[in-house]
Ligand binder design. Structure first.
Ligand code: IMP
Length: 433
């Protein structure tokens, strides 16, 4: 029995979808514990490419139970279309395989509107959000105006809560953002449709997961976004509105921290970021463009080109410490195949000082400069390689150098998008204690 958290060490899009998909085979229950439809996991199975925003990618494996945990902010329109799409592809015949937490907060149309309006009204300070209503939904949760899935199931209560919320939201939408107000009747009608689908999936998910733990089931907790998008530990304010670090798996799923046996940190062999905010190792020239093209670095949710740069040990090392990471999954090594040399950021220069400690404030993040160690490239295709010994010697050295600098063993190396394009040095589900 092992309960594992797999989550991102950088700015999201590390390739967690593929890792979750791979590890799902060895677990019974897969749980999403934070974020919402801002996440986008692309999974390639044979010639099928599937993008999931809410449902854990474990749903593609037969007989696994997938849970959308209480810490998630749930957009029912996205969930319902994912259910329909998966049913069409023959993946979700048994409704008991998906459980939606009664305690998740529901994303409402005004959350999405406010997200988009706010971004366009504050052009100079915009975050570059996904426009999925994530921030406004978590705001309502914290200010106790939120509507939970359990409330959506209660027609009368739901209608009262929406009415109450619309009074405030429409005031802002009309008066401040000069936008079109929402109509109560239309919102209620739309959400009645979602209620009729979702009612079959709603559950007391903390209880269900705890039952799983009691029965010694293997559980995989799936993080969304990455450490530097964490609301507390990220490059604030250029972050998402939830805690993305592994510690939130306990809170967002409703299990004790002691239930977690192993934390797997997922990072790319380089770094990417989508949206605004500091990014010390960003490459704005042709090298960045090569990574973007070769790595297909375009957002799964918004299609935006991702900003690309070299691997940054400073951020990864801190992310490892924040979450108690025991092993790494290094993704997309093959994207670096064509470079003559590859740089690894080993420290930040801040004025006359160099440090392994990232800056505390935004100004420091923007001003700091990466100090690089240059290593030779391998100029050979690593695509699809499955054994560590078969990697070109310089690729092996690169990976080993990262391992040494970060100070945590690399369990998994990904050499392509396919499930089979993977070097599994150690299966985290086999580790315990
Ligand atoms: P929000 O989560 O939509 O509010 O966006 C806040 C910031 O997080 C923006 O910079 C987004 O681009 C970024 N972000 C949100 N979700 C993801 C993700 O799944 N991958 C990468 N970046 C994300």
């Amino acid at each position: 029995m092992a309960n594992v958290v797999a989550f991102g060490l950088q700015w999201g899009d590390e390739g967690k979808g593929k890792i979750i998909d791979l590890l799902s085979e060895f677990v019974d229950i897969i749980v999403r514990y934070q974020g919402g439809a801002n996440a986008g996991h692309t999974i390639v199975v044979g010639d099928q490419k599937i993008i999931l925003h809410l449902i854990p990618s474990g749903i593609l494996h037969p007989a696994k139970v997938c849970v959308i945990g209480n810490g998630v902010v749930l957009d029912p329109s996205v969930l319902v279309s994912e259910i329909e799409e998966l049913k069409k592809l023959g993946y979700m015949e048994d409704a008991r395989r998906l459980k939606v937490s009664a305690f998740s907060h529901v994303i409402m149309p005004y959350h999405k509107k406010m997200d988009v309006y706010r971004e366009s009204a504050t052009e100079s300070r915009k975050i570059g959000t996904t426009g999925r209503g994530i921030g406004p939904a978590y705001e309502d949760k914290a200010s106790r105006l939120g509507i939970r899935v359990v409330d959506l199931l209660d027609r009368k209560l739901f209608s009262e809560k929406v009415r109450e919320n619309l009074k405030i939201k429409n005031f802002l939408i009309k008066r401040y953002y000069k936008g079109e107000p929402l109509r109560l009747r239309e919102v209620l009608k739309e959400y009645a449709g979602y209620r009729s689908v979702l009612k079959d999936y709603v559950a007391d998910t903390p209880y269900l997961i705890q039952e799983g733990i009691r029965k010694k089931k293997n559980i995989l907790f799936e993080g969304a976004q990455g450490t530097y998008l964490d609301i507390d530990h990220g490059t604030y304010p250029y972050v998402t509105s939830s805690n993305t670090i592994a510690g939130n798996a306990a809170c967002g799923a409703g299990v004790p921290p002691t239930a977690i046996d192993y934390v797997l940190g997922v990072c790319k062999a380089y770094t990417t970021r989508v949206g605004e905010g500091p990014f010390p190792t960003e490459l704005t020239g042709p090298e960045g463009e090569l990574i973007r093209q070769k790595g297909g670095e375009f957002g799964a949710t918004t299609g935006r080109p991702r900003r690309c740069g070299w691997f940054d040990v400073v951020i990864v090392k801190r992310a490892v410490a924040l979450s108690g990471v025991r092993g790494l999954a290094v993704m997309k090594l093959d994207v670096l195949d064509e470079f003559d040399t590859v740089d690894i950021c080993i420290e930040y220069r801040m004025g006359r000082r160099v440090s392994m400690q990232p800056p505390m404030g935004l100004k420091g993040w923007v001003a700091c400069e990466p100090v690089y160690e240059r290593v030779p490239g391998w100029k050979t295709s690593t695509r699809g390689i499955t054994r560590f010994e078969d990697l070109p010697v310089n690729a092996r050295k690169y990976v080993q150098r990262i391992e040494e600098l970060v100070g945590v063993p690399i369990d998994i190396i990904s050499t392509g998008a396919e499930r089979t394009h993977t070097v599994m040095r150690r299966n985290p589900l086999a580790s315990r204690g």
